[in-house]
Design a protein around this ligand. Structure first.
Ligand code: ATP
Length: 544
């Protein structure tokens, strides 16, 4: 019961009051049951028993207040836990390097932040209810012991055997529930294709059918199968417990009275057992939710461990507010190998020896898959090289200054993300309006109330808006990965013939991936990549 441990662990200073408040209602309830059994045998002709009435009122009020306190305290503890987890995971993800981020995968983090934390939140009040029923059952058993040792022994025997059988059925059901949750992430990844590939699916009926019939339906069915089997396991446990409950009741009604001397005791015991029936049923219903929360805690723990390990490896020091590039960036023997699934070495880039001079325009060209984007990731230290070094003016880039080094760059990746606002920037309104005008977006987008009025634009326009954001950052080095690829001929021309020269004249260093060989003269230098290697570096007329 990891979740219960977690709840009380997180309660810290409030642990003892929470423990008392969650156990007291069960004890009080069994007190009330004991009272009811006493009142049932009370001689009503003597009038109402004030003492019993007072006890009933006090016990009921204490029960309600304690329960309310326990539920409120649990809500506060779990809300705080969720807040901390959200922030910790966000902090850890921020500290990852790109390689670790790609290895862990966005979907897994998304699942933890969404589904797992929700499962935990929903299970929190259930735990209090569970403790309530367990304490009620235990104290009722003690009360039975007080009434008759034989009845107590029979109760313990039934409880012990029922618990044993229930646990084995429960463990099996829990394992199936775990398997179902794991399979559910495969189902969600297929479903993700349906959502993200919506247009492509609409355009291709065979793809649509294959994805739906062979993946979405199959995986959904497999999840359902496991959930049904797991549910059956839990239900079997419930039926078994019910069977033992009726067995116990039968024993108490038909057998034990012959071994109990006091005539009123068997009726009292039977009443206690009848009351306990409801508690047993509610307890068993509560267990699957707590079991799901246990699995969610396991997954969160595993994710946090991985994030912590990856964060330690990727520790990269504080950012510098306004770093400068005076001479340039040098790569010496830089190489990097992707890890293919299963740990096998994947695509290899390098060793690369390059000099990117400050204030120059450098193009990176080469065929698809030749390693251009990977080289950009190495230049920007999004990937730490396996060997060799990257130099920033006269400094070597290390883990300690990598974050500061990255503040040199504004990058528009080929698969860039367009933010809805200029996070971390407070640009002058006029400058921004000028940039939006320069990108020919004035009639589409405005920056008002601290955000872009829309990001629902054509792909070429989205890239232009990304250019607005990149230029607004005012960083000394600009990196554009195939920025012109989606632009119309007019804007493409503008990019090569006006924008890049203007940025160069403003003292910017530009590194751009380009397939447009007719504009290679817009660069000072063209680096040609083939199969992960720098095949040649050409100095153009502009750079001569
Ligand atoms: N995240 C990744 N994990 C593993 N291998 C990768 C990853 N990204 C790229 N690769 C491998 O690296 C190779 C080079 O990819 P890269 O994106 O650097 O090429 P590119 O020259 O930019 O291609 P393009 O012109 O198509 O954009 C790919 O062929 C692929 O095998």
């Amino acid at each position: 019961m990891k979740f219960i441990k977690l709840l009380f662990g997180e309660a810290r200073r409030d642990r003892t009051p929470l423990l008392l408040a969650s156990t007291l209602p069960g004890v009080m309830m069994s007190g009330v049951i004991a009272l009811v059994t006493t009142v049932a045998n009370y001689d009503q002709s003597k009038g109402p028993n004030i003492y019993l009435m007072a006890f009933f009122i006090i016990a009921s009020v204490a029960l309600l207040l304690a329960m309310n306190y326990a539920l409120n305290a649990t809500t506060a503890v779990i809300s705080n836990f969720i807040l901390q987890k959200r922030l910790n995971i966000a902090r850890a993800v921020r500290s990852l390097d790109l390689e670790a981020y790609e290895k862990i995968g966005a979907m897994r983090v998304d699942f933890a932040i969404g589904r797992d934390l929700q499962t935990i939140e929903e299970a929190a009040p259930t735990v209090i209810v569970l403790i309530y029923f367990v304490t009620q059952l235990l104290s009722s058993a003690l009360y039975i012991g007080y009434l008759s040792l034989i009845a107590f022994a029979v109760t313990l025997l039934f409880l012990g055997v029922a618990t044993f059988f229930y646990r084995s059925s429960y463990a099996h059901a829990e394992a199936l529930a775990k398997e179902a949750t794991e399979l559910e992430s495969a189902f969600r990844s297929s479903f993700d294709h349906l959502l993200r590939g919506f247009r492509e699916i609409k355009m291709n009926a065979r793809r649509d059918t294959d994805l739906f019939d062979n993946y979405i339906v199959q995986r959904a069915l497999a999840v359902q199968d496991l959930r049904v089997s797991s549910g059956r396991g839990f239900n079997r446990g419930q039926t078994l417990s019910d069977a033992f409950f009726y067995g116990l009741l039968g024993c108490m009604v038909f057998l034990t009275p012959y071994y109990i001397s006091n005539a009123s005791t068997p009726a009292k015991i039977i009443l206690v057992i009848v009351f306990s029936g409801g508690a047993i049923a509610s307890l068993i219903q509560a267990l699957p939710a707590v079991s799901r929360a246990d699995l969610a805690v396991d997954r969160l723990d595993a994710l946090e461990r991985e994030l912590a390990e990856a964060t330690r490896a990727a520790e990269s020091g504080p950012g510098a507010p306004e770093p400068m590039l005076v001479h340039g960036i040098t790569l010496r023997g830089v190489s990097y190998t992707y890890k293919a699934p299963g740990g096998q070495p994947g695509f290899h880039v390098g060793p690369c020896d390059l000099v990117i001079k400050a204030g120059e325009v450098t193009f990176i060209a080469g065929g698809n898959g030749s390693g251009k984007s990977t080289l950009l990731n190495l230049i920007t230290q999004l990937y730490a090289p396996d060997s060799g070094e990257v130099r920033w003016d006269d400094k070597t880039v290390t883990d300690a200054n990598a974050t500061a080094y990255r503040q040199l760059f504004s990058v528009i990746f080929s698969d860039f993300h367009l933010f809805d606002r200029l996070y971390g920037l407070d640009p002058a309104h006029d400058d921004l309006a000028d940039l939006i005008r320069e990108m020919d977006l004035s009639d589409k987008v405005h920056y008002k109330l601290g955000r872009f009025s829309t990001t629902d634009l054509s792909s070429g326009q989205r890239k232009r808006l990304a250019m607005v954001s990149a230029l607004a950052e005012g960083r000394p080095v600009l990196i554009f990965d195939e920025w012109a690829a989606d632009q119309d001929p007019q804007f493409r021309r503008y990019y090569y013939e006006k924008l890049l020269p203007r940025l160069k004249a403003a003292g910017k260093t530009i590194i751009a991936v380009s397939h447009d060989d007719r504009w290679f003269n817009a660069a000072d230098k063209v680096i040609w990549m083939e199969e992960g290697k720098v095949q040649r570096v050409m100095t153009t007329k502009a750079g001569a």
